[in-house]
Design a protein. Structure first.
Lengths: 114, 114
DNA sequence: TGTTTATATGCTCAGATGAAAATATCAATA
DNA sequence: TATTGATATTTTCATCTGAGCATATAAACA
């Protein structure tokens, strides 16, 4: 669970790759169509697609001489689930973080616990 | 909105940094305490902390000669929200992706629609 | 039919460039 | 002195390009 997320997070770190994922969320595209929309060579785009594929974020469907790149939502979900762990800090469910912080800071000079 | 996510995604790409965030979700820690738990030097941990701070994922609260590193959930949320766009593909809300893919592949040799 | 020839599409490799990760060492601060 | 920050340096990794090669389709010719 944790290991699978690494490939996804690595893939998501690059803005070009995130833009590719956005495009693929609208329609499945060949590498030629994709590379036309980015200011870089096909080879560079291909490397991004490889990293996305290694991360499990897209799959390739071969059709004749065309290779159609398709979004693989499950791969993105693995990163989503990792981040989701922190949603306890957003909705006020466990929003005492700030208090704890400030309490620590002020009481730290008084006493040292544990 | 999109620009802010870059710093967060960059920070989340490294497993050490994600582990640090996990530790900070339990308690606020100084760099000394953190670096004791990782097989690298304090300087290396410090750089990770800097990147986390640049990405807005943690904040530093100075307390005497100690600097307490605190989780900043809002920073993580920016990445979360970007990924959340794709949740339409998980819950079956718009889960026709697979169909479209396969239909494309097979009907591509027959006809070209839109 | 069958076989070239051309074109479109895409992959892979070697290499240049720059960024990131980690270390060792020195400086700053309470 | 103890804790932390900052800098210079090395090593590793990421990104991108250019050139060359491979394959599928389509057209041209026997």
């Amino acid at each position: 669970m944790n290991g699978a997320a690494q490939g996804a997070f690595r893939a998501l770190a690059d803005p070009t790759r995130r833009a590719i994922l956005m495009k693929l969320s609208h329609e499945n595209l060949s590498i030629g169509t994709i590379s036309d929309q980015f200011p870089m060579t096909r080879a560079a785009v291909k490397k991004h697609l490889n990293i996305l594929e290694e991360g499990g974020l897209l799959s390739v469907h071969i059709n004749g001489r065309e290779r159609i790149n398709c979004l693989r939502p499950e791969g993105i979900k693995s990163a989503f689930e990792w981040i989701q762990y922190f949603d306890r800090f957003w909705d006020g469910k466990l929003g005492k973080l700030q208090e704890v912080v400030e309490k620590e800071e002020k009481s730290n000079s008084k006493e040292k616990e544990k």
